[in-house]
Design a protein around this ligand. Structure first.
Ligand SMILES: *[C@@H]1O[C@H](CO)[C@@H](O)[C@H](O)[C@H]1NC(C)=O
Ligand SMILES: *[C@@H]1O[C@H](CO)[C@@H](O)[C@H](O)[C@H]1NC(C)=O
Ligand SMILES: *[C@@H]1O[C@H](CO)[C@@H](O)[C@H](O)[C@H]1NC(C)=O
Ligand SMILES: *[C@@H]1O[C@H](CO)[C@@H](O)[C@H](O)[C@H]1NC(C)=O
Ligand SMILES: *[C@@H]1O[C@H](CO)[C@@H](O)[C@H](O)[C@H]1NC(C)=O
Length: 478
């Protein structure tokens, strides 16, 4: 008897030592966040560190008190704080109590166990927390489905994690916004509904050095996953699932954030798969599957004459299938600021409606989208778009207009570069449309993009179409 116990203890000790060694081998993920300048490709940072796998396989509720100091992680299981996980009971309080505990401990694992469904109200999980917190979502977190009883203090958010540093969010679980009643109440679905915003399912705000991986986010009330006011975040293995007709359900939305990488994500939804808006710099996306959805977008920017700035965006290796747009930059008329240093490369389009589009006449509102023409446009400001490269873009366009550079007359696009493009249409030809778009193409480019070859010094309206009279430039609602 005694012999077998000491044997067990030896095995356990061995295990702990092994785990600690493995973890030590994993690089500090902070180091891998350092981005090279400008728009270099993502290099060598796609492989995951070993240490996270240990957490995933080594943790389960079967070992609730693994407390070997130093090497060990301290699980803080929401069940230990009274969460029921039957999909119906309100587990909000249990989550908050567990969060308070996990946040106060070094090396804690905030654990949402698998095979359960936890109903949680709009909740803010605030930091700062102690070191090395892991948020392990292995089960399902589900939102209450009734918009009418939604917490009026948090009309636009559901789960918010804020002021965190060096945290990992992972676990293979599901975040389910129960969005269908919100969608039905949207003014985009039924014009008689008032236009009100709905909650974003998962928000990470004012945080840094984050790692978010291996989660499914589905049926969001509105946006699925927002990263705002944050820096140095690596996001990978995120799946977004919502129907193609769900309104405003962007997949991943980046706002006012710097040095963000998004890799190996599969997004199917009713709005942009990824949208990058104001104040975002150095955003890298790699291996993205998008569809259904509205494509991968920079913008919209410049709404209500605001200033919008986005620089340093790279998309490398993406497949877009059946989306309404492919690679899109969208700005409102009358805005200011700029979009600069963007590269889209190695992209496959499958039956995409607007595979390549710059739309400086964007609008998306309930009030009539009136073009600010004909009399005002010559004075209208715009977000300046420059240094945008499209390289190795292949596949099929659903519409003839495979490439559309609808730039502002007053602030033309410049340095648009096309290389190795082949966009065809199953039953017809494709074409390139330009308005005030300056740049050049080289290598194989189909459809031909001669309309880009305009000398900027000559002024754009001499060589190209002019927005004042072109019905194709009427404010587009996509
Ligand atoms: C969660 O929301 C419901 C209404 O949907 C409310 O009855 C309940 O009190 C809320 N829970 C907490 C902890 O606030
Ligand atoms: C739109 O909403 C109104 C009022 O709620 C309702 O009467 C109407 O049936 C709805 N229309 C559709 C198409 O769902
Ligand atoms: C956009 O971001 C810049 C700073 O990056 C800020 O000055 C400006 O106010 C922001 N615009 C909007 C509409 O939030
Ligand atoms: C192309 O034409 C064929 C034969 O007319 C038709 O069956 C097919 O649906 C068409 N494809 C598209 C994308 O329009
Ligand atoms: C705009 O269109 C009108 C008629 O549709 C035409 O008379 C006018 O000359 C056009 N203006 C320009 C600048 O092309």
């Amino acid at each position: 008897m005694g012999g077998s116990i000491s044997w067990l203890i030896t095995i356990l000790l061995l295990l702990v030592t092994m785990l600690a060694n493995l973890r030590a081998r994993g690089e500090d993920f902070d180091n891998e966040l350092s981005f090279s300048n400008g728009i270099q490709p993502l290099e060598g940072d796609e492989e995951d560190e070993q240490d996270e796998d240990i957490i995933e396989s080594g943790f389960s509720s079967r070992f609730p008190v693994w407390r070997s100091q130093g090497a060990g992680r301290i699980p803080v299981n929401v069940d230990s704080f009274g969460a029921v996980g039957d999909g119906d009971t309100d587990d909000t309080k249990a989550f908050l109590s567990a969060w308070e505990k996990a946040c106060s401990l070094d090396n804690a694992v905030f654990l949402v166990p698998e095979q359960r469904r936890y109903k949680v109200n709009a909740t803010r999980f605030r930091g700062p927390c102690q070191k090395k917190l892991i948020i392990q979502i292995s089960g399902t977190i589900v939102a209450p489905e009734e918009p009418k009883t939604w917490d009026p203090k948090n009309p636009r958010v559901w789960l918010v994690f804020s002021n965190l540093e060096g945290v990992k969010i992972q676990g293979g679980g599901v975040i389910d916004g129960s969005g269908s009643k919100w969608w039905a109440a949207s003014c985009k679905i039924n014009k008689t509904n008032p236009c009100r915003g709905a909650p974003t399912a998962l928000t990470i705000d004012s945080s840094s050095n984050l790692r978010v991986k291996d989660l499914t986010i589905q049926s969001a009330q509105q946006i699925h996953f927002t990263i705002s006011k944050s820096e140095a975040a690596r996001i990978s293995g995120i799946r977004v699932k919502s129907p193609r007709d769900s309104p405003n359900t962007d997949g991943i939305h980046i706002s006012e954030s710097t040095d963000i990488s998004i890799q190996n994500c599969r997004i199917g939804t009713g709005d942009d798969c990824i949208s990058i808006v104001n104040g975002s710099f150095n955003i890298k996306m790699k291996r993205i599957e998008c569809g259904p959805g509205h494509g991968i977008s920079i913008g919209s920017l410049g709404k209500d004459n605001s200033m919008g700035v986005v620089t340093g965006v790279v998309l490398d290796m993406a497949t877009l299938t059946g989306t309404t747009n492919g690679l899109r930059i969208k700005t409102w008329q009358g805005g200011s600021g700029y979009v600069r240093s963007v590269r889209f490369e190695n992209v496959i389009m499958n039956d995409v409606e607007n595979p390549i589009i710059i739309d400086q006449f964007y609008c998306d509102s309930q009030t009539t989208c009136k073009n600010q023409v004909p009399f005002v446009i010559m004075q209208t400001s715009a977000v300046k778009i420059s240094q945008v490269m499209y390289r190795n873009i292949q596949g099929t366009s659903k519409t003839p207009k495979a490439m559309n550079f609808a730039c502002s007359d007053t602030v033309p696009c410049s340095n648009i570069v096309l290389n190795n493009i082949n966009l065809e249409r199953e039953n017809g030809t494709t074409e390139t449309f330009c308005n005030c778009a300056m740049g050049f193409d080289y290598g194989f480019v189909r459809p031909a993009a001669d309309c880009l070859r305009i000398d900027e010094s000559s002024g754009c309206s001499s060589g190209s179409l002019n927005a004042q009279n072109d019905s194709r430039l009427q404010c587009t609602e996509l």
